[in-house]
Each structure stands twice: as C-alpha cells, then as structure tokens.
Design a protein around this ligand. Structure first.
Ligand code: P6P
Length: 348
C-alpha cells in the first residue's frame, strides 16, 4: 500500500465458503458448503495427479474409450474415479453425470444435489503439456425429485452453482453461484489451500468481470469449410474489417475449452464452437461444458448463445450427453454475433 504497509488479507476458499454460506444458497442447512469442500478436494486430488502425470507415465491412452468414443487417457480414468468417489463420500450428492460415464450414477442416501462434470476436459492435449480442466455444474434437487437423470435435463438457469478448475501454470478455480459474482482462486500447492485471487488484484471486490469488448477470437478455423453462411459472415467481419479504421482481431485457440474460457474471461473477446455441417448439434456438451461456462460468462457480465442464437442457459438437453453449438464471451461481441445472424434471418 502507499504507506509501505503490506496489507495481506488471505482468504482461503474454506473461509470464503464459511463466511458467505448464507448468500451461497445453503438452504440454511450448510449442505452446499460441505459439497463445495468435497468439490475442492476433488480438484486438489486431480491437480496432484496431473502434476505427476509425466513423472509416473500416466499420460497416454488407457486402452479404453468413453461414452462418446473419445480415446480415454489414463488421467481421464483417474480423474473420473476421484470425482465419483469424492462425490459419493460427501453424502450430499444423489445424481452424478460425468462425461466418462454413459449413464447417470445414482448414489444411495438422501443427497439433495446433482452434479454434472467433465472431470478432465481437453485431455487430448495432455501429452503436449497444454492446460486441461475440470468443468462442473451443481443442481439442487426439487423436493419431489426421484433421483434420476431427468433431474439434470434442465436449463442452465436452474444451476445453483458452476465453474471450472484449470490445471495450468498454476491451478485456478473459477466459481460462481446463481445470481452471484464470479470468484477466482489459486491453489497454493505448499499449503494445499485455494486462495481468493484475481488477475487484477487491484480490484477491491476481487470478482472476475469479463471486459465488455476485446479484439480476440477463439475458434477452430479448421472447421470453417463446414460453417454455415451466417457463421462465416461473422468471422469474416472481424478478420477483414470493412472500415479503414477497423482493426482485424487476434486469433487465439488452445483447443482446451477451460484454457480458452479462462483467457476469454480474463482478457475478453469471444470463444466459439459453432454447430456446423460436420457436427450438426455442435461438439461441446450442454450439461457439463456449455451450460456451466455460460453461467460463468453471464455472471461475469458476458453472454453465451447457441448457433441458433438462443440464450445458452435456456437450452434444455434432450439427454445427459446432448450437445450444442456455442458462442460465449464479451457482451458487445455476442451482440455483434446476434446482429450478423439476424441479417441472415437467424433470430432466437
Ligand atoms: P477441436 C477438448 O477435446 C474439447 O472437448 C474442448 O476442451 C475443446 O474446446 C474442444 O474439444 C476442441 O475441439 O475439434 O477444436 O479439437
């Protein structure tokens, strides 16, 4: 600080959850706080294995494939097992949907929450040392819920919390609750604690807000041959600006959704995985990739829409592994997508 005094106000995730448990939607039982402690334990455990993967030869195919035919990496299998065991053990979860499990897992007991997750998203990049992540969403079961997959085939607007943990240069947890802000935590490996941080530590409220606009776009252009006219028109408009003062956008694409999402959240711009002729419903899954990310983007002041320009959070998945096209990021950027699509007759 200006007077030379160092003000350190270390807030751990544990303290954050305890101090804020009323506003975090605990339904006065504290169950949500206990669930979040279980979630953070899962992330710390997965981070441990990711860090050691190259040392203990965990990288490389596990010789099996998951429900959607993706080659399973050993870490995928371990990440999935960790997540399932911790969610079962905490006693607060009734339904668990994982990208790695064909069917929803129904735990015994009277857990009041349903968890949707991709334990290690982007794992195809692991061998190359690229950041990967865990994406998660939390639904609270209705009182008449029977504890089935139907309890999570709901719009993202019914999520009570969502977020992701990125295992990169450091382990970053991004957490948001329904109607709340977005908070970023960094894992202090020595202490084993997630510490409340923010890329811009000068932000006294230490919440993450996505910049309203930024000339960065993130999409796999290798698919552009499959794009529809409106999609091509939007990307052409930011790559080949029509006005002399217009500046072409920078391209940034990592190919790991958590890494591309975290950069978009911090710097602004747009991330997109459009539905196209090759992936008619899009590639990314609604429940444990698109909806949780859309909730983070909206709570950070951004937007997220589908390829037919519907609000991502209002989409109801037809089944637990259903997919959607997605455009998400800075508020002004998504409005620009809406405008271009409207000119091509595509309006939500
Ligand atoms: P593509 C990783 O496999 C993933 O599910 C997301 O993390 C990522 O955004 C996307 O697929 C990358 O897909 O087709 O560009 O390699």
């Amino acid at each position: 600080t200006g007077d030379g005094e160092v003000k350190t106000n270390i807030i751990t995730l544990t303290r954050f959850l305890t101090e804020r448990q009323n506003e975090l939607g605990n339904h006065a039982t504290g169950d949500f706080t206990l669930l979040c402690h279980a979630l953070q334990f899962s992330f710390k455990s997965i981070a441990y294995y990711i860090r050691r993967a190259t040392l203990t030869n965990l990288i490389g195919l596990a010789g099996s494939s998951n429900t959607t035919g993706d080659d399973q990496k050993k870490l995928d299998v371990i990440g999935n097992e960790i997540f399932i065991n911790v969610m079962r053990g905490c006693g607060k979860v009734k339904v668990l949907v994982s990208e790695e499990e064909e069917e929803a897992i129904i735990f015994p007991g009277d857990g009041k929450y349903a968890i949707v997750c991709d334990p290690i998203d982007g794992s195809s990049n692991l061998d190359a040392g690229v950041s990967v992540g865990t994406i998660f969403g939390v639904f609270r079961l209705t009182d008449d819920a029977e504890g089935t997959a139907e309890d999570v085939c709901k719009p993202g607007t019914e999520l009570v919390a969502s977020g992701f943990t990125m295992y990169g240069a450091s382990t970053q947890l991004v957490l948001t609750v329904k109607g709340g802000n977005v908070n970023g935590f960094t894992l202090d490996n020595a202490l084993g604690e997630f510490i409340l941080t923010h890329p811009d530590v000068c932000t006294p409220s230490r919440v993450m807000r996505i910049p309203k606009k930024r000339g960065i776009y993130s999409v796999n252009e290798g698919n552009s041959i499959y794009w529809d006219e409106a999609c091509r028109a939007y990307f052409d408009s930011i790559k080949f600006p029509s006005t002399p003062e217009g500046k072409p956008y920078s391209a940034r694409y990592i190919g790991s959704m958590v890494a591309d999402a975290y950069r978009t959240l911090c710097y602004g711009g747009i991330f997109a995985y459009p539905a196209d002729k090759k992936s008619k419903k899009g590639k990314l899954r609604i429940l444990y990739e698109c909806a949780p990310m859309a909730m983070v983007m909206e709570n950070a002041g951004g937007l997220a829409v589908t390829s037919d320009q519907r609000r991502m959070l209002e989409v109801v998945p037809e089944h637990i592994h259903d997919r959607s096209g997605i455009f998400m990021g800075s508020y002004d950027e998504i409005k620009k997508v809406n405008e271009v699509y409207e000119k091509h007759g595509i309006v939500a």
